[in-house]
Design a binder for this molecule. Structure first.
Ligand SMILES: Nc1ncnc2c1ncn2[C@@H]1O[C@H](COP(=O)(O)OP(=O)(O)OP(=O)(O)O)[C@@H](O)[C@H]1O
Length: 585
């Protein structure tokens, strides 16, 4: 948590002024009991109305000044806490962008969202409360005790007994409840996780009629949270009765000793009232202090979890070499733009886990169409994901234009590549805004050209506002096929040297799929295209088809060659060919 405090550095002034104004407010609070005492002893005893009014005015002035100090302190503390949290959120977000997909997979999206939202909020509350109370509460506790001693040493000895007993109760309860609050936080994370999973997968849940099961799961989690909160609440609830018993005992003792000493003429009535006020102030501040410590403990726990994310080293490292400089140094005058080479590549997602890809070796020339086929889980997506460095190889290397992809600046690398993922993802906005992700400077003509190639022109023309038609969050107002075609158009707007279509035509009918492949083939310039597909018919005309089986290359060649020599390919092809003979290939 300590390392996070560096983000407070822009708020040094606020972090100093906030506590200082709180101290000022506390100083006035400590003087008020003495003013009351004087009002009783001088004003009331002598029936001096003028003196009483004067003291009332002094108290009002103290109250007003205290209020101004308090509001000013709140302002500075809030400014520092909100500024700190905003900076922290920015930094965390930027750091998460630098994590590799494997690192994100191992943390989990839901965890990262919790770190970025509720954990940061908790830290923000902690910082705010610390700035307001960490000086004020101890100052009042010790200040009130010292003031009590200045009033009467013998009576103040009661404070010496009461304060430690109170402290033991307050901090004892706090010590027991802090681990419980941590458990409450963990349960809350569970509820958040289950809620998020349910809401993102709501369609599947309903399609499978799993609503009841989900409700039971959710109830189970919330019940567990409730029990934990009740337990923590019951223990915290002991605080008030116990502290009030002690404080009232103390007050009785104080009033008794005070009365005896007033009788003896050692103390005045006003002084006894001042002592009682100091005792009450101490109680209030000890309870505040305990709450502060609980909030701070929660904030530190959340801060440590955030720090844990910062401690994950940025998974994608760049050497910062430019593509052109390296190109020349590697290959002299020879221009290799658009070539993709896998040099004995192996990939493992987790240390100690199974290899997802083993010894993949091939070279695609500029303008080639490479088909990748294989059963589910055979490694097709894993293979193409290595090209834009969504994951890094474990062994070997992936080279573009003769240069290892790890040596490109990431933005430079990804500028060369257009990727259309298995799951089409669109963002809230208009069709135009989504397409411009590919190239923010693309002209109107270029957008329509990309839509034409992606077989999306017709349906966009049918929309009332054409390119300015609204796309809702996750593109939920579009069909699966429309989303896929828009995602393809978005990648084409980029005019990439390398285009990766990862099973991205699965929602298209055979005729549209064939038309799409034809228009991609006819695109101006020579784009190297990788098509991942489960459909053999989609890959018939590829220059090379890579057949994957359990992460290994089972065969490589043209359709005709593979049909002759590769058993895995024959199995795939004939299983589909029998059903779909003559359709759209
Ligand atoms: N992010 C990941 N973390 C861990 N393992 C993964 C990850 N992605 C894929 N795998 C594993 O790697 C293997 C290959 O998966 P991959 O997604 O590349 O297969 P695929 O051929 O594209 O499958 P499909 O056709 O079903 O999309 C599988 O065993 C899968 O469980």
């Amino acid at each position: 948590m300590g390392k996070l405090l560096v983000y407070l550095k822009d708020y040094k002034k606020e972090s100093v002024l906030g506590p200082l104004f709180k101290l000022l407010e506390a100083s006035f609070e400590l003087i008020v009991p003495l003013v009351v005492a004087s009002m009783i002893d001088v004003g009331m005893t002598n029936g001096d109305k003028g003196y009483i009014i004067k003291m009332c005015l002094v108290m009002t002035a103290f109250g007003l000044i205290g209020l101004i100090c308090s509001v000013t302190a709140q302002y500075f503390a809030a400014r520092a806490a909100v500024g700190f949290a905003t900076r922290l959120r920015h930094e965390l977000f930027a750091h998460v962008q630098k994590l590799s997909f494997s690192q994100m997979d191992s943390e989990g999206t839901s965890t990262l969202i919790t770190r970025m939202t509720s954990d940061i909020n908790q830290v923000q509350s902690g910082v705010n409360l610390v700035l307001r109370l960490f000086l004020r509460s101890p100052f009042i506790v010790f200040g009130a005790m010292i003031m009590a001693f200045t009033v009467d040493v013998k009576a103040a000895l009661i404070f010496v007994v009461v304060i430690p007993v109170l402290s033991i109760i307050v901090f004892g309860i706090m010590l027991v409840s802090i681990p419980l609050f941590k458990k409450v936080q963990a349960r809350l994370d569970g509820v958040l996780g289950i809620t998020r999973e349910n809401l993102t997968g709501v369609r599947v849940i309903r399609a499978f009629g799993e609503e009841e099961g989900e409700i039971r799961k959710f109830d189970g989690e919330t019940d567990a949270l409730k029990h934990m909160q009740m337990l923590a609440g019951r223990i915290s609830a002991l605080m008030n009765p116990l502290t009030y018993i002690v404080i009232n005992g103390g007050l009785i003792a104080l009033i008794y000793v005070g009365a005896v000493r007033v009788e003896a003429g050692i103390l005045s009535q006003g002084q006894v009232v001042a002592l009682v006020n100091y005792m009450s102030q101490i109680l209030v501040e000890l309870v505040k202090l305990a709450n502060l410590i609980i909030t701070v403990t929660k904030a530190v726990a959340c801060g440590n979890r955030i720090e844990g994310i910062f401690e994950i080293p940025a998974g994608l490292k760049e050497t910062g070499l430019t593509d052109t400089s390296k190109n020349q140094s590697v290959d002299g005058a020879k221009q290799e733009k658009g070539t993709v080479e896998f040099d004995h590549v192996s990939l493992r997602y987790h240390e100690g886990g199974e290899e997802a890809l083993t010894d993949i070796h091939f070279k695609a020339q500029r303008g080639d169409t490479i088909g990748v086929i294989g059963g589910t889980g055979s490694g097709k997506s894993s293979l193409v994901n290595l090209i834009p460095r969504f994951y890094d190889v474990e062994k070997g290397s992936v080279k573009i234009d003769g240069v290892d992809v790890r040596e490109y600046p990431l933005t430079g690398l990804r500028d060369k590549i257009g990727v259309v993922m298995q799951k089409a993802v669109l963002f809230e906005g208009t069709i135009r805004e989504n397409l411009l992700w590919g190239n923010e400077n693309a002209s109107e003509d270029e957008l329509w050209e990309a839509l034409r190639t992606a077989q999306a022109e017709e349906f966009v023309l049918q929309k009332e506002k054409k390119l300015d038609e609204k796309v809702e969050q996750e593109g939920r107002n579009l069909s699966g096929g429309q989303k896929q075609r828009l995602s393809i158009a978005r990648a084409l707007v980029k005019k990439p040297e390398i285009l990766i279509l990862d099973d991205s035509a699965s929602a298209l009918d055979y005729a549209t799929d064939a038309a799409l492949r034809k228009s991609i083939k006819e695109m101006p310039g020579e784009t190297t295209v990788f098509i991942v597909s489960q459909r053999a018919s989609s890959l018939l005309h590829a220059d090379t088809i890579i057949v994957l089986d359990d992460g290994n290359v089972a065969g490589m060649g043209t359709h005709e060659e593979l049909l002759q020599s590769c058993q895995v390919y024959q199995e795939i092809y004939y299983s589909q060919f029998e059903k779909k003979e003559g359709v759209g290939a």
